[in-house]
Design a protein around this ligand. Structure first.
Ligand code: DAK
Length: 260
């Protein structure tokens, strides 16, 4: 099957999905988010698929975030609505899939890109990977679950520092933090993930799907945090800081935030 901005390959029981917009560092626009939803739904419904690997096309990026050119003009209402819709279509959808998903982080995983990797069940990164949530540099907060999943994975203090500084960390530090499970050379990344997928594929798919549900349930006892994120994210879209941050990126200059 063909999906817009995606490439799919089958390796026995393991599916490999590429986000395929390398000229835009695989940034997630609306069409790509919808295509990912369709592709994941179809793969999950196929009993022959026992694990899925997600990566970006090209050597430079997994996904460099949501497509800034697309969301720069959104109003607060649109921002809030689209955050909720994106979480339902892709981020929560991937997290709750019955089939395990491995993020193969082959370069930049920023903003919505890191949020997508964190929604996957397992993360493996290549040495050149750079991970971060730079949203506050654009006058936004992470809007696809990042304010919840990052502290779950690395703890509240480290998560706050990474979010407030809009910084990027290298693969080794991400491993030290527990944000990625393994680090490999870029040329070994696919093989490493395929082997990991192959080991998973030997085990009982129903039991794995039940394990996913049980592990997730422990982190979702209350959805208050996710709901608060959607609301706060929506507020950002009405601010001068957001207008300045996104315009500065598009004009390739440093932002000057007016603040509160
Ligand atoms: N969006 C759109 N285009 C992007 C992009 C992005 N996130 N990231 C890179 N590109 C484009 C660049 O504009 C450039 O396009 P051209 O100028 O060639 O046409 C091309 O990809 C190559 O990028 P660079 O020339 O910048 O490459 P460099 O190697 O110099 O720099 C970089 C690589 C990753 C450091 C840099 O590209 C960069 O800083 N990228 C932006 C990172 C970022 O801030 N990402 C967004 C985080 S915010 C929403 C929900 C969630 C979100 C938004 C909305 N709604 C529900 C509405 C989430 C927001 C985010 O993800």
């Amino acid at each position: 099957m063909k999906y817009k901005n995606l490439k799919l390959e089958m390796h026995g029981p393991v599916a490999m999905v590429y986000v395929d917009r390398p000229k835009k560092l695989n940034a997630l626009n609306r069409v790509t988010i919808e295509a990912l939803h369709e592709a994941f739904a179809a793969l999950d419904a196929d009993p022959g698929v026992r694990a899925i690997i997600l990566r970006g096309s090209g050597p430079k990026a997994f996904v460099a975030g949501a497509d800034i050119a697309e969301f720069a003009g959104f109003s607060p209402g649109e921002g809030q609505q689209l955050a909720a819709r994106g979480q339902e279509l892709l981020f929560n959808f991937v997290e709750q899939l019955s089939t395990p998903v491995i993020a193969a982080i082959n370069g930049y995983a920023l903003g919505g890109g890191l949020e997508l990797a964190m929604a996957c069940h397992i993360r493996v990164a290549s040495h050149n990977a750079r991970l971060g949530l730079p949203e506050v540099s654009l006058g936004l907060i992470p809007g696809y679950g990042g304010t919840q999943r990052l502290p779950q994975l690395i703890g509240k203090g480290r998560a706050m520092e990474l979010i407030f500084t809009a910084g990027m960390i290298e693969a080794e530090k991400a491993q030290d933090y527990g944000l990625v499970n393994h680090v490999t050379a870029l040329e070994d990344l696919e093989e490493y993930c395929l082997k990991l997928g192959g080991r998973i594929a030997k085990n009982a798919p129903t039991a794995i799907s039940n394990a996913i549900k049980a592990v997730n349930a422990g982190f979702r006892s209350s959805d208050t945090g996710y709901q608060a994120e959607i609301e706060q994210f929506g507020h950002c879209f009405g601010t001068e800081d957001f207008r300045e941050g996104t315009q500065a990126f598009l004009e390739k200059r440093k932002p000057e935030f007016p603040g509160r």
